[in-house]
Design a protein around this ligand. Structure first.
Ligand SMILES: Cc1cc2nc3c(=O)[nH]c(=O)nc-3n(C[C@H](O)[C@H](O)[C@H](O)COP(=O)(O)OP(=O)(O)OC[C@H]3O[C@@H](n4cnc5c(N)ncnc54)[C@H](O)[C@@H]3O)c2cc1C
Length: 461
C-alpha cells in the first residue's frame, strides 16, 4: 500500500485508523472498532487498517497446552481476515513511525518479493500494539542453542524436539548422547516457563510408557530462576506450593540461580553445575518491541510507550497504545506511579477502553480512564494439575487446573475457537494422548531433495 494510495491524506473526509499489531490488543481493538463504527464504515467516512506480520492472532496462554498436544496448533490462533471482515488486514511489519507526519513505514511480503523497499501508510489515528519480545541476556551460546516460548511455531517446534530427543535417547548406544538428549533446561520461572515445563514434562512422562528403554526417572527437567520464587502472578503461598509440586515430580527447581553459558551444548549454571543438554528454553521475561525505538513517540526508561490512563500517548494527540508495549498507569494501585503489568488480563481490558476512547475522540465525546484491579492468576502444570490465586481464593491440583481451562475457554476469542478447543478437550478425554512428533514438517522438501540427489538437512537444534 503506497503512501495515500487509498486516497487518504490527513484532513480528508475519510479517517484512517491504523492498528499496528494483530495480537491481543490489535485484534480486540479492531474488533470493537469495527463493531462500534458500523455506521461510519458503511458510509465510508472511516477505514480501519491492521498491519501485522502473521495472518492470525495467537492466544498465548494456550501455547503450553499446544506444546503438550492437548490443543492443535490451528486452534490456538484466530484468523484475522475472517474475524476482522470490516478491516483491511495488511500482512507486514511496521519498521518505523513518524507520528509528526502521521506516517508508518511498512514492509510486506510483497515488498520483499518485489525488492522495492518499504511502503508508507498514512493515518489519522494510530493504535500502536506490537507487544513484547523475549528479554535475553548476553549468555554465551544462547543465540545458537536457545529457543523462546512466545509463538505457536516455538511451542510446536519444542514439542517435536522433546519427542525427537526421546527417540534419540532410545536409539543411541552412547550414554553421553542419551544423557544430553534427556536433559531439558528451562530458564525463567514466570507463567510461560513454568507452564511450558509443567506441560512438556507431563507429556514426556506419559509418552515414555511407549518407549521400551526410556523411563520418567531417566529424564532430567531443570528450572532455573534468578529470584527466590517462581510464578509471582499467583502470590507467594501458591508460588511455594508450585515449587514443592514440581520437586515432587522430580523436577530440579533451582532458585536464586542463573544460566552462565550454554556454549557447546553444555548448560553452565552460576552454582557451578554443568548439564550437557540439547534443550535450553529461555522464558526469562519480556521487553517492549524494538520498533518502538524507531518512532517519535514518548517512551519511559524501560522503553515502553508512556500512556495516560485514557490509553492515549502522553503529551501526544491521535496516538494510542495498550498491552505489553505500553506503560499504562494502574490507577487502582495504592502506590502512585505503579504501571499495569504486561499480561493478557490487562491487554484484553485495555483494548476495549482504547477502542471506546478512539470512537469517543472521533465523535467528539469525553474519554474514559482505564481502571482494573488485578484479579490474580491461574496456571496449568500439566494434565489435571494446576495452581490458582483468583479474587483472594487459592486453589491447587485438579480444581485449579479445571478453573484454568474454564477461564481460558471463556477468554479465547470467537465462538468458533471456543467450540473447537472444547471439542478437542472432550475427544482427548475419550482417547489416549497424541505422542507423535511431526518435526519433519519443518523440512518439507527434505525427502524430495534426497530423491533429486541432494543431502538430508542436518538437525540443527
Ligand atoms: C506462553 C505464554 C503464556 C502466557 N500466559 C498468560 C496467562 O496465562 N495470563 C495472562 O494474563 N497473560 C499471559 N501471557 C501474556 C500475554 O499473552 C501477553 O501479555 C499479551 O499477549 C500482550 O498482548 P499484546 O497485544 O500487547 O501483545 P501480543 O499479543 O504479543 O501481540 C503483538 C502483536 O504485534 C505484532 N507485531 C510485532 N511487531 C510488529 C511490527 N513491527 N509491525 C506490526 N505488527 C507487529 C506481533 O506479531 C503480534 O501479533 C502469556 C504469554 C506467553 C508467551
Amino acid at each position: 500500500m503506497a503512501a495515500n494510495s487509498r486516497g487518504r491524506a490527513p484532513g480528508s473526509p475519510r479517517a484512517r485508523i491504523l492498528v499496528v499489531g494483530g495480537g491481543y490488543v490489535g485484534l480486540y481493538t479492531a474488533l470493537r472498532l469495527q463493531k462500534r463504527l458500523k455506521p461510519e464504515l458503511r458510509q465510508g467516512s472511516v477505514e480501519i487498517v491492521v498491519v501485522t506480520p502473521d495472518p492470525y492472532m495467537t492466544y498465548q496462554p494456550f501455547l503450553p497446552e499446544a506444546a503438550a498436544g492437548s490443543i492443535s496448533p490451528r486452534h490456538v490462533v484466530v484468523p484475522l481476515r475472517r474475524v476482522l471482515d470490516q478491516c483491511k488486514v495488511v500482512i507486514g511489519e511496521a519498521q518505523s513511525i513518524d507520528h509528526a507526519k502521521r506516517t508508518a513505514t511498512v514492509t510486506t511480503l510483497a515488498t520483499e518479493e518485489e525488492g522495492t523497499g518499504a511502503v508508507e501508510i498514512t493515518y489519522d489515528e494510530l493504535v500502536l500494539a506490537p507487544g513484547s519480545i523475549s528479554r535475553t541476556l548476553p549468555v554465551p551460546g544462547l543465540a545458537d542453542y536457545g529457543i523462546g516460548f512466545k509463538t505457536v511455531e516455538e511451542a510446536i517446534g519444542l514439542r517435536n524436539h522433546v519427542i525427537e530427543q526421546m527417540d534419540i535417547a532410545s536409539s543411541t548406544r552412547d550414554p553421553a548422547v542419551r544423557d544430553a538428549a534427556l536433559t531439558f533446561v528451562f530458564v525463567g520461572g514466570g507463567y510461560a516457563g513454568v507452564e511450558a515445563l509443567g506441560e512438556l514434562e507431563d507429556m514426556a512422562r506419559y509418552a515414555s510408557r511407549y518407549y521400551h528403554n526410556v523411563k520418567p526417572e531417566d529424564m532430567k527437567w531443570i528450572l532455573v530462576e534468578a529470584s527466590n520464587r517462581i510464578l509471582p502472578e499467583v502470590g507467594e503461598v501458591m508460588g511455594s506450593y508450585t515449587v514443592r509440586e514440581l520437586r515432587r515430580r522430580n523436577i530440579d527447581v533451582r532458585l536464586e540461580t542463573r544460566l552462565d553459558s550454554c556454549q557447546d551444548r553444555v548448560a553452565v549454571l552460576d552454582d557451578g553445575s554443568r548439564f550437557p543438554t540439547r534443550t535450553v528454553v529461555w522464558t526469562a521475561g519480556v521487553k517492549p518491541h524494538p520498533v518502538l525505538a524507531a518512532t517519535d513517540l514518548p517512551r519511559n526508561e524501560r522503553g515502553r510507550l508512556k500512556c495516560t490512563a485514557k490509553l492515549a500517548l502522553d503529551a501526544t494527540t491521535h496516538a494510542w497504545a495498550a498491552g505489553d508495549a505500553a506503560a499504562v498507569p494502574d490507577i487502582t494501585a495504592a502506590e502512585p506511579g505503579t504501571e499495569c503489568a504486561p499480561n493478557a488480563q490487562h491487554a484484553l481490558r485495555q483494548a476495549k477502553v482504547l477502542a471506546d476512547n478512539v470512537v469517543a475522540a472521533l465523535r467528539g465525546r469525553p474519554l474514559t480512564d482505564y481502571a482494573h484491579k488485578y484479579a490474580g492468576s491461574v496456571a496449568s502444570l500439566g494434565l489435571h494439575k494446576g495452581v490458582a490465586h483468583v479474587y483472594g481464593r487459592k486453589l491447587k491440583g485438579y480444581p485449579a487446573w479445571f478453573m484454568h481451562r474454564v477461564y481460558h475457554l471463556s477468554r479465547v476469542p470467537t465462538f468458533n475457537r471456543k467450540a473447537r478447543v472444547l471439542a478437542e478437550w472432550t475427544l482427548a478425554g475419550l482417547f489416549k494422548r497424541e505422542i507423535v512428533s511431526l518435526g519433519s514438517l519443518e523440512h518439507p522438501r527434505a525427502e524430495f531433495e534426497l530423491a533429486a540427489g541432494g543431502q538430508r538437512p542436518k538437525e540443527s537444534s
